[in-house]
Design a protein around this ligand. Structure first.
Ligand code: UDP
Ligand code: MN
Length: 264
């Protein structure tokens, strides 16, 4: 194993931990040679922490908002940046030389260790505004210098979308134009909504999907799943194409087979 590189995710509560656990298990199932790290906040229960420790190599508690210096105090005036601030803590993991951050609502379909061949800051286009990257999957180099610059930038400029994606896009503002090597192929961060916005492209390229991102308000854990039939159940409020449902079923297969037994 490569001990100085890691996949990193974030979960601020026990609900998002379910996603983090499925992501971690999917990376294990595809025999990653990198470490698995999860950032949590004080809101995560002690029971959940011990389950996280059985899937991740490292479980690190960070404060949702710390109060050490003036930049952090300025951020305290902007409570909307809370979760954003928390994601930025990934740059403090300086015992790793390079990391791949993945949202807790992502799932790998195969080994993606080749992502570590990329440099900071690499990410895939956002399907809503392709000149922006999506911040659900990105390659970065932990550095306290970068961390502090990001905090300072957040305090001064905020985030145009109120979240980490707006902030990171403004900070790494030359991503769209400077170096095509830093554009990850879309199959490393396929948003499930892109499946129906460009069906022919999905039919053509979708079989090579490596990472699915269940972005948006309804997460896999919000669906109901029939453990007997192994099917995701749809009610009147949820809709999904065949492919979306099959990605959801993959998530639920891992959850029911590998994670639920740990939670019982
Ligand atoms: N997150 C979290 N708790 C929250 C919201 C977000 O831990 O209450 C983390 C989690 O890793 C999540 C990421 O921040 O995947 C980004 O949020 P989300 O995936 O909900 O945003 P989307 O991808 O739908 O825009
Ligand atoms: Mn997400």
């Amino acid at each position: 194993t490569v001990t100085d590189q890691a996949f990193v995710t974030l979960a601020t509560d026990d609900v998002y931990c379910q996603g983090a656990l499925v992501l971690g298990q999917s990376l294990r199932n595809h025999t990653t040679s990198r470490k698995l790290a999860v950032l949590i906040t004080p809101g995560v229960s002690s029971g959940m922490r011990s389950v996280l420790r059985s899937v991740f190599d490292e479980v690190t508690e960070v404060d949702a908002i710390d109060s050490a210096d003036s930049v952090r105090l300025a951020l305290l005036q902007r409570p909307e940046l809370g979760v954003t601030f928390t994601k930025l803590h990934c740059w403090t993991l300086t015992h790793y030389s390079k990391c791949v951050f993945m949202d807790a609502d992502t799932l790998v379909l195969c080994n993606v260790d080749e992502l570590f061949d990329r440099e900071e800051f690499s990410a895939a286009p956002d399907s809503g505004w392709p000149d922006c990257f999506n911040s659900g999957v990105f390659v970065f180099r932990p550095s306290l210098k970068t961390y502090n610059l990001l905090l300072q930038f957040a305090a001064e400029h905020g985030s145009f979308d109120g979240g980490d994606q707006g902030l990171l896009n403004s900070f790494f503002s030359n991503w769209a134009t400077a170096d095509i090597g830093k554009h990850l192929p879309f199959i490393y961060n396929l948003s499930s909504s892109a499946i129906y916005t460009y069906v022919p492209a999905f039919n053509h390229f979708g079989r090579d999907t490596k990472v699915v991102h269940f972005l948006g308000a309804t997460k896999p854990w919000n669906y109901k799943y029939n453990l007997q039939t192994k099917r995701v159940m749809q009610d009147g409020t949820t809709s999904g194409s065949f492919h979306q449902l099959s990605f959801l079923a993959l998530w639920w297969n891992i959850y029911s087979a590998s994670i639920l037994p740990l939670l019982e």
